[in-house]
Design a protein around this ligand. Structure first.
Ligand SMILES: CC(C)(COP(=O)(O)OP(=O)(O)OC[C@H]1O[C@@H](n2cnc3c(N)ncnc32)[C@H](O)[C@@H]1OP(=O)(O)O)[C@@H](O)C(=O)NCCC(=O)NCCS
Length: 209
């Protein structure tokens, strides 16, 4: 997937980075706590992914002229700006990292490679109605998986099940904005619009407002 930095609105931006391309970039911009967290990651690949995601969020913030505040995780694993202003979501996968920031609204982002096996995993993250309209298409399944992960990250709380609580309305490969919602939980009737971008075998999804 092409690397990019995109201003979605004056309040929101996203960035996609090639992890290898940014592997030599400095990390001076990180907060003290983040530098410690980074130093504690022992797995080399995980370390590069973690760094790539922070470089992505730095680029997104630069794009809307906001300073890098440093980010901390809550008890669910979701990152929040240390200055308390705005919302962030991060994703990283083999070779790529992406981040989205919104000054006022929660956001979620997810990157995935299309894999045949995602169809077999369908019963774990889809209900019967969703499995019916997705058929056996691995691309549609990957989009559905990714969109649900983006919604999950946007709401941020553990205990929300992709299969039982996150619903996705029927869509085709032509649809670039999907309708999703959370149901049967204390966050019921939260509605989400999820943007879909595809390049080759990579699917990027993120929540929009
Ligand atoms: C937490 C989760 C969303 C991470 O997704 P992933 O595909 O493994 O990894 P990604 O690279 O896309 O995202 C990783 C980032 O998610 C973020 N994250 C972790 N927990 C989060 C949460 N509760 N809310 C929002 N974001 C979260 C972190 O920033 C993390 O990056 P970091 O470790 O560098 O800070 C995922 O593991 C998960 O729990 N999914 C839903 C649960 C589920 O139902 N799964 C099984 C269905 S079969």
């Amino acid at each position: 997937m092409q690397t990019k930095i995109e201003k979605i609105s004056p309040l929101s931006a996203l960035a996609i980075k090639n992890i290898l391309e940014v592997s030599q970039n400095g990390t001076d911009f990180l907060s003290f706590r983040e530098k410690l967290a980074f130093a504690n990651i022992s797995h080399p690949e995980k370390k590069l992914e973690w760094k790539g995601a922070r470089i992505a969020i730095k680029s997104a913030l630069d794009c809307i002229s906001l300073p890098y505040p440093g980010f901390v995780k809550d008890e669910h694993g979701k990152s929040f700006p240390m200055d308390g202003y705005g919302f962030v979501s991060l994703t990283h996968t083999k070779g790529l990292a992406a981040a989205i920031f919104h000054k006022e609204m929660p956001v979620g982002i997810d990157l995935d490679y299309v894999r045949e096996k995602v169809v077999r995993l369908g019963p774990k993250f889809l209900n019967d109605f969703e499995m019916d309209f997705l058929g056996k298409d691995p691309v549609l399944h990957t989009i559905a998986w990714s969109a649900k992960e983006s919604v999950f990250k946007c709401q941020g709380k553990k205990g929300i099940s992709l299969k039982n609580n996150i619903r996705i309305s029927p869509f085709t490969l032509e649809d670039k904005i999907l309708d999703c919602k959370i149901e049967h939980s204390e966050y019921s009737d939260h509605f989400y619009k999820v943007k879909v971008e595809m390049e080759g075998d990579i699917v990027l999804t993120y929540t929009i407002w």
